[in-house]
Design a protein around this ligand. Structure first.
Ligand code: ADP
Ligand code: ZN
Ligand code: ZN
Length: 725
């Protein structure tokens, strides 16, 4: 049952009905409601007396929702992430399937032109649109309403034709024509280089399960490798599932796959409606979708003929869900591929320390692409010490000279700052007051349009005060700079070139991001200014200078992954420069030019830097050398949260006596103790042994659930936590 309870429920079968099979949906009485659950197994007996058992009401399916392999992977996930099995299965299904929509689409209504009849057709002499539609239908055969609309006609027209007896409705089977493998793949326009050939040979879909880390610098042709491997999979009549980070799923990226393959490319992402998700789910499950490209949750799609799973930008944090079933789509994909016995490929220019460690340990096949494809060469990197060359409005003198030079040469410049809004702080120059969110331990960010103060951690918004609320002084001003302030400054400074700001606020509309990237791709000299969004997977061939305006934001993070993420971001942003035949340059502004992590990055490869970080992790016994789980506790009332956290610690401490190699740290307040009005605490649970940790977590979850949880308190286990914030 889709409930947060860690247990399953027994029901009696419907008398007289054929026995259902595991993995199908069943409607059952649940309390006073009727609820749809999923049949896990059929048992001969129950631990409950028969009189207390209720009878199922309806079997919804004649076949299971999932293949046996996917079902097994989901049960594994429920166990591994310590999440109730009912809620785990519910997470894996589209909403409309959960609420009872049929697995198979019902027959579709289509409209067909009746055989021509001179008399009747003469009635259309003065109705040219109706005639056009009739001709279209005669030509194409029966069409659905959606297709008729697509062709530019409307329902009124079809109604008029029907009334005149010129068309009729027919019920047709759903169209599940599968394109033949021979026509699906267009020839590759490029010839793979030696490293690509080595990777293509090593990834052998016919050999069954194998996990490969495709570790290739940006622009080295990873996507080209994906596409050529996918071609092999399609030729074998199997399906390809490609997972991408949320932001990567832009029309441009889809178009690249659509251009290469002559078959439908089905997308699955967060902007889709429930109906669209249902259709994608059905297309994947029936096998009509040879290629599926989706974000995190697409990893749960059933596949009729699974052939390969590819995870692009595998290091990206968006693959870990941060609520509910806190799964990692990457780790789920690896487990699923193992059970389905198909290959899985993890691709990145900056692999996560977890995956790199697995590759170094020989668990994953380590495939490297060390050269940029074609003629592009690697960019040159340098540091600008802004402690000695203070940056006015965020841009130092040295950087400003470089910007001028690159623009004069007719090239584009990319400025990266991971801070949207106008300024991160609003403060009073007289008394030092600064504006904090009422619900979070965080400053409110000043936004320019519309003018407002917004919290980036909750929904809070207020007007910008004209006076200090503390001392009534008029001297209030902003500190620091975000993208909007820099945009203003750059617009004044560089009147002759366009400044294109790319952040979450400037790309809200569906098409806004595509429009901006189209503009960039026209190649005119311009300044691109943006956040994290710029770091991910886009080609900007005319950018020759990349500047990281403030590398220090990531330098002293309270999170153990802070440094890893910082170097990943810098290397990813740097990878946007000089991709075509132009050589690029990367500069990093910092107040800590002596920082060893930054300096390593100037002279060493990402892998060398990552290996140093791995050594540090090993010394401090942090992941991937130990396994870390966070018990997260939230409460609207601080006292209740503290008390509950302490109780949980005591429970954990008791259980720790029965299990070896479990380390407990806490209870601690979260680095951001208050967020969206809730006080947050954590208990860190670490172990070098995965089986011991799993056993311990299981016992802990059961014990906490059996005890009393105050109504204001929420708790959850975050296995393999991605961040500690
Ligand atoms: P990545 O995914 O690693 O960033 P892409 O696959 O997008 O790299 O390749 C970057 C560019 O190089 C693309 O324009 C691609 O068409 C081109 N490319 C890839 N492989 C080759 C090759 N072997 N020869 C020439 N160009 C290539
Ligand atoms: Zn004041
Ligand atoms: Zn807030």
């Amino acid at each position: 049952m889709p409930t947060p309870l860690r247990r399953v429920f027994d029901y009696l079968p419907i008398v007289g009905a054929d026995a259902p099979v595991a993995g199908t949906r069943i409607r059952v009485p649940f309390g006073r409601r009727q609820v749809i659950g999923i049949l896990l197994e059929i048992a001969d007996s129950s631990s409950w007396p028969e009189k207390q058992l209720k009878t199922a009401l309806e079997y919804l399916d004649s076949e299971p929702l999932f293949s046996a392999e996917l079902f097994k992977t989901l049960l594994w996930a429920s166990d591994y992430y310590q999440y109730p099995v009912g809620d785990t299965l519910a997470t894996a299904l589209p909403k409309l399937i959960r609420s009872g929509s049929p697995i198979e689409p019902p027959a579709e209504i289509r409209y067909r032109a009746l055989p021509p009849d001179q008399d009747l057709e003469s009635q259309l002499a003065r109705a040219p649109r109706q005639r056009e539609l009739l001709e279209t239908l005669t030509h194409s055969g029966p069409l659905s309403m959606a297709e008729i609309r697509q062709a530019g006609f409307d329902r009124a027209l079809i109604k008029q034709l029907e009334d005149k007896g010129l068309t009729e409705t027919v019920l047709t089977d759903r169209s599940d024509e599968k394109p033949g493998p021979d026509v699906m793949v267009a020839a590759s326009p490029v010839r793979p280089n030696a490293e690509q050939i080595r990777a293509l040979t090593a990834i052998a879909p016919e050999l069954g399960f194998q996990c490969s880390l495709l570790d290739g610098v940006t622009g080295s042709g990873k996507t080209e490798v994906y596409m050529q491997v996918m071609a092999k999979v399609l030729e074998a009549g199997r399906q390809c599932l490609l997972l991408v980070p949320e932001i990567g799923l832009t029309p441009q990226n889809l178009r690249r796959f659509e251009q290469r393959f002559n078959c439908p490319v089905v997308a699955m992402h967060s902007a889709m409606t429930d109906r669209e998700r249902l259709l994608a789910w059905r297309a994947a499950r029936s096998g009509c979708a040879p290629i599926i490209i989706g974000t995190r949750s697409a990893v749960f799609l059933p596949l009729a003929n699974p052939g390969i799973i590819i995870i692009d930008e595998e290091h990206d944090a968006s693959f870990k869900q941060q609520e509910g079933l806190r799964y990692s789509a990457r780790d789920f994909a690896v487990k699923r591929a193992q059970l389905e016995n198909i290959p899985v490929v993890l691709g990145s220019a900056t692999p996560s320390l977890e995956s790199l460690n697995n590759a170094l340990a020989g668990k994953f096949q380590h495939l490297k692409l060390s050269q940029r494809a074609g003629s592009a060469s690697a960019p040159k990197m340098s540091l600008i010490d802004v402690a000695s060359d203070p940056a006015s409005e965020g841009i130092s003198e040295a950087l400003s000279v470089k910007i001028d030079k690159h623009l004069q040469q007719g090239n584009q410049v990319l400025l990266f700052i991971n801070r949207r809004g106008y300024a991160p702080v609003l403060q009073c120059d007289r008394c030092g007051w600064h504006c904090e969110c009422h619900h979070c331990n965080a400053s409110m960010t000043v936004h320019a349009s519309p003018p407002s103060l917004r919290c980036h951690h909750c929904e809070a918004r207020t007007n910008i005060p004209s006076q200090c609320p503390n001392c009534q002084s008029d001297n209030i001003s902003t500190r620091g700079a975000g993208t909007q302030k820099l945009e203003q400054f750059l617009n004044k400074q560089y009147r002759s070139v366009p400044v294109l700001r790319i952040d979450r606020d400037s790309t809200r509309g569906r098409e806004a991001f595509a429009q901006l990237t189209d503009k960039i791709n026209q190649g005119e000299p311009s300044i691109l200014l943006g956040t994290q969004m710029l770091a991910k997977g886009h080609h900007f061939p005319d950018v020759t200078l990349v500047a990281i305006l403030d590398a220090d934001i990531g330098l002293f993070s309270p999170d153990f992954r802070g440094q890893e993420q910082m170097i990943q971001t810098i290397v990813q942003v740097a990878g946007r420069a000089g991709r075509a035949d132009k050589t690029g340059e990367v500069v990093i502004q910092t107040r800590h030019a002596e920082h060893p992590g930054l300096n390593r990055l100037m002279t060493q490869s990402y892998e060398q830097c990552a290996r140093s970080l791995l050594q540090e992790r090993q010394l401090s016994r942090m992941p991937p050398f130990t396994h870390l789980c966070l018990l997260r506790i939230e409460s609207a009332v601080a006292q209740q949260g503290v008390r509950f956290a302490r109780q949980c610690y005591e429970t954990a401490f008791r259980l720790q006596q029965q299990e070896q190699q479990i380390e407990l740290i806490g209870p601690l307040p979260a680095p951001m103790e208050r967020k969206a009005g809730r006080f947050r605490f954590q208990l860190h649970i670490k172990s070098a042994s995965r089986p011991r940790l799993q056993r311990f977590l299981q016992a802990l979850a059961v014990t906490i659930e059996a005890g009393k949880t105050p109504s204001q308190v929420r708790w959850s286990l975050d296995v393999d936590a991605q961040d500690l914030l």
